[in-house]
Design a protein. Structure first.
Length: 264
């Protein structure tokens, strides 16, 4: 029961932060040390249905509560104290690096290491470019098949660290429409998108689960690239001199908070 409550608590943090523009749910799951368990629970659900069902149930309950309880105060902090809050997130990403380093099973330096990291950074950079470019006029008039395909692609943002859901929805010109559909509970719009998300999550997690077991070094180093690239998305610029000290303290707080949580 203690482990289930801890799962719900981590889910609350992930759910609450995932609604912040530019913040990746996958990155937060990796920082909270629950990423591998989520991938395994989804990809191997049928092997131990009872165990994985309760794990995912408590995680989803926590994530839902986090969206309701944590997201609004965090968004308020971003509005009132943008620099310290975003530097806290940067510190949190950096604090996760030692854990990923351990999971990558690196015993010595190799030229493969920077190459894999660069692949991850490049992938997030390409997604950012695509989301910043011109978009088609899908919006509320999007066909159900289009929404299913968009959901499948957007599922990658829920699974892969460093990629924000908002980026993928922007690529399909569906961000504003999705936010409006959620607030208005427009089932005919949300259902095809949800179906696509479920399909995409199952496919992506199964692929990731195999890669983590067969090629742990390459997979975790590419994930590290994803997360390092997310720092560039969160970086708010150079803060005013008067806020340098509080930003440094926020950076250190974020680093040690995640470093201590993710330590094995």
């Amino acid at each position: 029961m203690k482990e289930l409550f801890l799962t719900a608590a981590k889910g609350a943090v992930i759910g609450g932060t995932m609604l912040i523009p530019g913040v990746s749910g996958g990155s937060m799951a990796m920082m909270m040390g629950i990423y591998d368990k989520l991938i395994m629970a989804v990809s191997n659900f049928r092997k131990d249905m009872k165990k994985h069902f309760f794990f995912l149930l408590w995680f989803c309950i926590g994530a839902g509560l986090g969206m309701l309880i944590i997201a609004r105060p965090l968004l308020h902090l971003l509005e009132v104290f943008p620099y310290p809050t975003q530097f806290f997130f940067i510190g949190a990403v950096v604090g996760c690096v030692p854990m990923i380093y351990r999971k990558a099973q690196i015993s010595g330096f190799s030229w493969h290491i920077p190459v894999y990291i660069a692949i991850g950074i490049g992938a997030v950079f390409l997604v950012s470019l695509a989301s910043a470019g011109p978009h088609g006029g899908a919006g509320q008039s999007a066909q159900p098949l289009y929404l299913v395909v968009a959901g499948i692609v957007a599922a990658a943002a829920l699974v892969l660290p460093g990629i924000s859901v908002s980026y993928l929805l922007l690529m399909f010109n569906l961000y504003d429409s999705t936010m409006a559909a959620i607030s208005g509970l427009q089932i005919t719009f949300l259902l095809p998108l949800l179906i696509g998300l479920c399909i995409g999550i199952v496919v992506t997690t199964k692929l990731l689960d195999q890669l983590m077991h067969r090629h742990p070094r390459a997979t975790y180093l590419i994930i590290l690239g994803f997360m390092l690239a997310s720092v560039l998305e969160v970086f708010p610029g150079v803060p005013p001199v008067s806020q340098w000290l509080v930003c440094v303290l926020a950076l250190l707080a974020g680093f040690f908070a995640i470093y201590l949580v993710s330590r094995e």
